[in-house]
Write a protein that binds this ligand. Structure first.
Ligand code: FES
Length: 109
């Protein structure tokens, strides 16, 4: 599937150890700075729709703010039950002159 990189945040607004929710192109993104490396996961928790970007970071996991499910930040794998339907999609990230850009799937036409 083709994709485009879209600027969604500035690197200075996402210090190491932080995360935030971003809405762009009708898609929610959980943007996470894990020890200086930026990751973008789908923002919607597969349990009941909690906003992962408003959660907390524990080691390599983001913790959903609603009921505490944990997802591996680099892979999106659900720690509680690592089945494909409970993992969250991850999006490719690149940094261009401190602009955080995320590769989002192209909408089908
Ligand atoms: S909605 Fe995320 S753990 Fe329940």
């Amino acid at each position: 599937m083709a994709s485009d990189f879209i600027p969604i945040a500035h690197l200075d607004d996402l210090p190491p150890g932080s995360c935030k929710s971003i809405e762009t192109n009708d898609l929610g993104i959980a943007l996470i700075n894990l020890d200086g490396q930026i990751f973008a996961l789908d923002n919607t928790c597969p349990h009941a729709g909690g906003p992962l970007g408003e959660g907390s970071i524990e080691g390599e996991y983001v913790v959903c703010p609603w009921h505490g499910w944990k997802f591996h930040i680099p892979t999106g794998v659900c720690q509680k039950n690592p089945t494909p339907s409970l993992n969250v999609p991850c999006y490719e990230v690149r940094i261009v002159e401190k602009s955080i850009q995320v590769s989002l799937p192209t909408q089908p036409s």
